[in-house]
Design a protein around this ligand. Structure first.
Ligand code: ADP
Length: 497
């Protein structure tokens, strides 16, 4: 019954006799034959090692030999080979059978073919290895990216702060620490408004920062002038954006702070110089102008033509110099906010027609064609508007040396006066359409060919803005430009100035 029971088992069972040399197998059940592919005749009398064929280097073999030598139980998973040479994983449990004196007489080996499980395990392990390698690679590249970003963040010459949605400082870069002479410990983790002596606790800034996350609207060029702890009075320019990673907005705010104290100081000095220089130049020029007028008056009747011509030209150049200096003075007045408007009621159309007439009189190269009507009465600073019209027409002529015409068109659009000056000159490429209205800005290529200081349009823009209007350009490179402005018509009386 026992033998039958053993033969019915699906586990292979063998018994080895350890009292005989080389521990031969003295019994095997049916399942063992099935698992190994050998017949009972080929099994009995052999040492178990025939199951490993040439695969002798497995560490499990040494463990088995030690257990058998010491008469101990052991469980191993070992590579075995069937009679036909195919591999199978054998889960082998060996238990000693000892006599009364404790001497090991036999070993019973119970085995199961766990090839399938083993293969699944090995596949799993392989997958795990592949995954681990991938994770490792990805981590390395992430770390590299992080280091790369960190090195940029640490090198930029701007102070950077990252905030969480509660406006708590998550991190700052080295430049921030150096600029504000603070420690990382006192900064990171604190609320932005609690830093230093409350320099960022400005209601308007707070409002703007708090609306970044809900609206995605950045804070641009916000100026903070403050007496900072450790570093004193400084002017800081603040820009803040919502952090965007791989096209996704995060709940983080990045603030970039730039110390513009020195830059502003240099600009201020330049403005001061401009203002002083133009004032200093104006005084002797006024005297020269007076003398030229006096010479005109005192000129004897019979004076030679040559002398008359020289005097006329002198007057012309003095006038040109006067305009240039007046423009410089205008710029410095605009800078200091000292430009005054003297508003009066005047006939706008008449003013434009007269200005064109005067310009045409002093102008041979181009014909100035004027058309349209805008308004007979307008309330504004006439001399300033004349300056704008003058400037736009002068530019149109100056920058269209190969053309012969310039068009001026007046119209009324809704409640606005509109004036356009159109030339068929060199034109301006789109990237400069905004910049030409900045002071001292001139489009690079024309610097040498045409004289100028790059302030005309700046002044025009300011004058039009002061009247509540807008000035703009439409232009295509090589085709010509049209400068236009609109001015709102206001029903005002002079008392309302
Ligand atoms: P300036 O003429 O003294 O340089 P402006 O402020 O009047 O200064 O003009 C600024 C710049 O705008 C000029 O240098 C020129 O590059 C460009 N610009 C102005 N008007 C025209 C125009 N009609 N056609 C082409 N470029 C123009």
């Amino acid at each position: 019954m026992l033998t039958k029971a053993l033969d019915a088992s699906i586990s292979g069972v063998i018994i080895t006799d350890n009292q005989q040399p080389d521990n031969p197998i003295i019994y095997c059940n049916k399942a063992f034959e099935t698992i190994s592919g050998y017949g009972r005749d080929e099994i009995i009398g052999h040492n178990c090692r025939f199951l490993q064929k040439e695969d002798r280097q497995q560490p499990q073999r040494k463990a088995l030999a030690d257990a058998i030598k010491n008469g101990e139980s052991i469980s191993v998973e070992i590579r075995n080979y069937r009679k036909d040479g195919t591999l199978f994983w054998n889960e082998l449990n060996m238990s000693p059978i000892k006599d009364d004196r404790g001497k090991t007489c036999y070993f019973i080996g119970v085995q199961n073919d766990v090839t399938r499980r083993k293969k699944a395990e090995l596949d799993l392990q392989h997958q795990k290895d592949v995954m681990e390698r991938k994770v490792e690679e990805r981590t390395r590249s992430l770390r590299e990216n992080e280091e790369y970003l960190a090195s940029i963040v640490q090198t930029v010459r701007e102070s950077l702060v990252v905030l969480n949605p509660d406006l708590k400082v998550l991190s700052v870069n080295d430049h921030f620490i150096k600029t504000f002479k603070v420690t990382r410990e006192e900064t990171e983790g604190a609320l932005l408004y609690e830093l230093g002596n409350g320099q960022w606790n400005i209601p308007r800034l707070k409002e703007l920062l708090e609306s970044i996350l809900p609206t995605n609207n950045p804070v641009l060029e916000f100026e903070v002038e403050h007496d900072f702890p450790h570093i004193g009075k400084k002017l800081m320019l603040v820009n803040a954006h919502r952090v965007e990673l791989e096209g996704q907005y995060r709940d983080r705010i990045l603030i970039a702070i730039e110390d513009v104290t020195d830059r502003r100081e240099i600009e201020r000095r330049k403005d001061d110089f401009l203002s002083i220089a133009s004032h200093e130049l104006k005084t002797p020029l006024t005297t020269i102008k007076g003398y030229v007028q006096l010479m005109h008056k005192l000129m004897p009747e019979d004076i030679g033509e040559k002398f008359k011509e020289i005097l006329r030209k002198t007057g012309l150049y003095v006038e040109r110099l006067n305009t240039l200096i007046a423009e410089l003075l205008d710029v410095s007045r605009i800078q200091t906010g000292n430009i005054e408007l003297h508003r009066e009621q005047f006939n706008f159309d008449k003013m434009v027609y007269e200005t064109v007439e005067n310009m045409q009189a002093a102008q041979q190269s181009h014909q100035i064609i004027i058309s349209g009507n805008a308004a007979e009465t307008y309330f504004g600073d006439e001399s300033h508007i004349v300056q704008v019209v003058n400037n736009l027409i002068s530019n149109a002529i100056k920058y269209s040396p190969d053309a012969t015409e310039v068009e001026v068109h007046l119209s009324r659009v809704a409640n606005y006066i509109k004036l356009s000056v159109k030339d068929k000159g060199m034109g301006i490429s789109p990237e400069y359409h905004k910049r030409i209205f900045e002071r001292f800005y001139r489009v690079g290529e024309i610097q040498q060919r045409f004289p100028g200081m790059g302030i005309g349009l700046y002044i025009c823009d300011q004058i039009i803005k002061n009247h509540g209007g807008t000035l703009w350009v439409e232009s295509e490179l090589g085709k010509g430009s049209t400068f236009s402005f609109t001015l709102p018509m206001q029903e005002r009386t002079p008392n309302e100035q």
